[in-house]
Design a protein around this ligand. Structure first.
Ligand code: PGA
Length: 253
């Protein structure tokens, strides 16, 4: 089953496996940068985008894509972790992508988890995105509970970059990146749902059977804040890229 279908207005691409899905997402990002050399990309962390980033590194090395004009904004960061903490999303991005491509490090932005005044920092992050001209393409993963970035169930449709509490489920899921669950921060800074929906194009990647239920609710369930990813159906340019396992819960009728 390899196909592109429209599900409730969302272009949904189903690939045979995670590698092919990740490469398809890398191609979409590269196409955006080809169209506009000074693109503003919204980037994501987590296990899901790693293969996409690996592919973009290969493409950059072979000359297939040039990031020298690109600006990036990451979705989120743990509160309390500085940008040099090994589990910070800043370090993740440096290691998984930025250190290996020709992007200008000064134009890669990740929220500061140690900001003294979090509310002021969040407001500044919003204004920096606006000053950069807005996000051209936002990459997203999908939480098992339907979260996008750290917008947990119940996050308001009109939410902006802000401090949030992580759910026990998210803390447990992310414990795999830490030595123990006690080290996982309970709070984060995240772009809001409205911030994400302001992006001109959104590409969501989900792989593996563990995401099948969240994918089905996102595309075929009610559009509701209880499943934040379903709110993407309010946007007119979203592409969802799945492997067969993540597509396993779809009716596709
Ligand atoms: P994952 O997380 O890529 O590690 O599965 C996705 C998310 O929670 O957004």
């Amino acid at each position: 089953m390899i196909q592109t279908v429209q599900i409730n207005g969302i272009e949904t691409i189903v690939k045979a496996d995670g590698e092919q899905a990740s490469h398809a997402v890398a191609d979409l990002i590269a196409a955006q940068v080809h169209r506009k050399a000074d693109s503003v990309l919204g980037l994501a962390t987590g296990g899901t985008p790693v293969q996409t980033y690996r592919r973009l590194i290969e493409m950059n090395r072979s000359g297939a894509v040039d990031f020298s004009g690109v600006t990036s904004f990451n979705l989120d960061e743990y509160i309390g972790l500085g940008g040099d903490h090994p589990q910070s999303f800043r370090v993740f991005m440096n290691e998984q992508l930025f250190d290996h491509i020709n992007i200008d490090p000064a134009r890669t932005f990740v929220p500061d988890g140690c900001a003294a005044d979090v509310a002021a920092h969040c407001a500044k992050y919003e204004s920096m995105i606006e000053s950069a001209g807005g996000i051209d393409l936002q990459l997203l993963g999908l939480g098992h509970n339907g979260h996008i970035a750290f917008n947990e169930p119940g996050s308001p449709r009109d939410s902006r970059t802000r401090q949030v509490d992580l759910t026990p489920e998210t803390i447990e899921k992310n414990a795999r990146f830490f030595d123990s669950i006690d080290e996982v921060p309970c709070h984060a800074i995240t772009m809001g749902i409205a911030t994400i929906l302001d992006a001109r194009q959104i590409v969501l990647l989900a792989t593996g059977a563990g995401k099948a239920d969240a994918v089905a609710k996102m595309l075929e369930g009610p559009v509701d804040e209880s499943h934040p990813a379903s709110l993407l159906r309010n946007h007119d340019h979203v592409t969802v890229v799945l492997d067969q396992d993540a597509a396993g819960g779809l009716r596709l009728d």
